[in-house]
Structures are given as C-alpha cells and as structure tokens.
Design a protein around this ligand. Sequence first.
Ligand code: FEO
Length: 395
Amino acid sequence: MNHAIKVKDDIYWVGVNDRKTDLFESLWPLPRGVAYNAYLINDEKVALIDTVKAPFEMDYLQNIQKVIGPDRRVDYLIINHMEPDHSGAIQFLTRIFPDITIVGNKKTMEFLKDFYGVIHNTLIIEDGQSLSLGSRTLQFHITPMVHWPETMMTYEGKSGMLFSGDAFGGFGTLDGGVFDDELDMDYFEDEMLRYFSNIVGKYSMMVLKAIDKVKHLDIQVIGATHGPILRKNPGIIIERYAKWSRQETEKGVVIVFGSMYGNTEKMAERIARSLAVQGVEKVIIHDISRTHISYIIRDLWRYRGIILGSCTYNMKLFPPMEQLIGILENDAMKNHVLGIFGGYSWSGGGVKRLKEFAVNAKWETLEPVIEAKCSPSESDLEQCDHLGEEIAKAL
Ligand code: FEO
C-alpha cells in the first residue's frame, strides 16, 4: 500500500505492507503477511515514529513525501524499538535527511551504533521526558523488555495517541483498512495473540509493568508497529493484553499429539470425545507434525487445559514434541492443568519425558497418565475417557 493515511489532525500512518516475507524473524509463518507501521507528525517540526524493514524504504519515503512534499525536511526520528523490522530504514533516512535528529533512550543508542554505525545527531531522552514539536508535545515512556531491552512508548497528548511499539500489535497486512473499525478484528485478535504468545509473552511481567506505566494516560488511539490502528475502543484491547500477560486462561482444552502411525492420534480423538461429552465446548486437537508450532502456542496460551500426547521415537519423545516442551519450559506458562498420554512402542521414552517435563515445569498433572503399549487397547481407551472427565472437572 503506497499511501499516507490520516490518523488524526497532522498525524499520518506512513507504514508499509509486507506480503513477500514468508517467515517473520525467520520463524513465524505469515500466511497473510505483516504490516510495518510507522507514523509521521506534521507540526512546526516534522517527526517520524519508527521506520520500516529495509527492503521497503522507498515505499516509506514516498509515503512520507505524500504528506510533507519533496522539499520539506524531517526533523526527528523517534525510535520506539530497534528490531530491524522497524529500524531497517534508519541509515536510508539519514542519507535522505542528513540533519535528522534520532531520538531514543540510552539503550536505543547502543543498538543504533551496533546495528547501523550511527552515532551522530542523536538525542538521548530519559523516562518521562518531553519533546515539543510546536503545537504538539511528545512524551516518552521507557518500557523495557517488551520484548527487547530498549523498547519504549511515545504519547502525544493533543490527539491522545499512544505509539506503542510491538505491544498491541499483530500479524497480517492492512488490506485497505488500517483502523480496527475498518477491519475484521476477529482475525486480527487471533493474530495479535499469536504475535503476543510467541514473541512477547515470555516477558509478560514486563508487559504488565509497561501497561501500568501508561494506563493513566488519556489514550484515544493506539498505533502499534504491526496490525490495525486501534481507535474504536483501545481500552478493551489494553485489558485483553493485560489478561494475556497475567496468563488468565479460558475454559477450553488443547490436545496436541505426535503420532507416526495413528495410534496416539486415536487416543487424542477419544479424549476429545470425552471432553465434549462432559460439556467442554472449546476443544482443539493439533497434530504437531502438521500445525506450525506458533498456532499451537497461541492456543495453549489461551486455554486452561493442555493435554500432550506423544509416540516414542528412537526411545525418546517425538522430536517436534520435544521442541514444543522446550518452548513451554522457556515461556514459563502458568494457570494450566495438564494431561499426558502416548505410546510405549518397543522401548518407552515419550510419556516418560512428558512426565519429567511436567515435574520440571511444576505443572499440575491430572491422572490417569496413559501409556499404550503399541496400539491402544480398549482399556487404554477407557482410561482416555477418564482423563477427559478429570480435565473437564478441573477447568
Ligand atoms: Fe516488530 Fe520486535 O519487532
């Protein structure tokens, strides 16, 4: 999209859509792309807030010049976040606007030097400091570890607009609409949670501190660096984000299985049926070999019940399941109840490893833990019914 879109008087979206990158951070699938949102404030001084990923720098410049024309200079670049999907056009900007002043905190400047070798024309701001652009004033709130050490948010009081960096952002390009009241927010809320749970969630405590820091502001609009601009009811999104950060889970169960020949899958199906019979409406089964882990993590973050099932592979856990539990340990997820099942095959190892994981992660594991020898017997399947009943009771 080659547009500059007015957000509020004198404030414009000058970001870009990326439909070419398949994997965000070379990890996370982008089936519907991603937007790199950047903003321009056209006051007595012209300020940009964040840039875009490097290959899109010309589109970004065109958007800027649609607002200020080809001759006017940009005075300030505010950097809320230095990850290269937002800082990639900094060197380009310094060539186009050699007098631009780059504004960030102390940590920002370290990254600015280490990523791009930029050390001149910088302005280091402190937490709470303000910068006047003429009729408007920017106020900086340093909110570290959402999800990098230098992250901060910038607030403009006249418009009530909070430029929040990655917080409140999500995957997905902005297809025609850029505002939450112009877009399918059911889709974007799912993608916000996928972004949050895979990228930011590990730093939930810091997200809560960040929210605490800005919640007293009169926030009318949130401009994150990805996803829709939130103007319809930004308070609801802030509360939802806080809920995710507090790891408040919803009633529902995610069953994740790894199965080479369908035996562990049969057990997953039986447990799911039992849950449904018990009245659990939200039951999701993921085949770990076929669903990208980012979608699984999203659903695990959302729902209280987690049931992991794995075959044994080479006397160990099925490899993709090993990757999943590694992420769960690293993310320190809370407020879940766990069920475990799987296949022994000719050596055992899969269920044993899942039990070890549960102990290490200090998760409450509900009985019975089911380990079928090869294909599940009728007695194993009856145990699956019991596990479904116990999980349903614990939700
Ligand atoms: Fe969107 Fe942390 O970069």
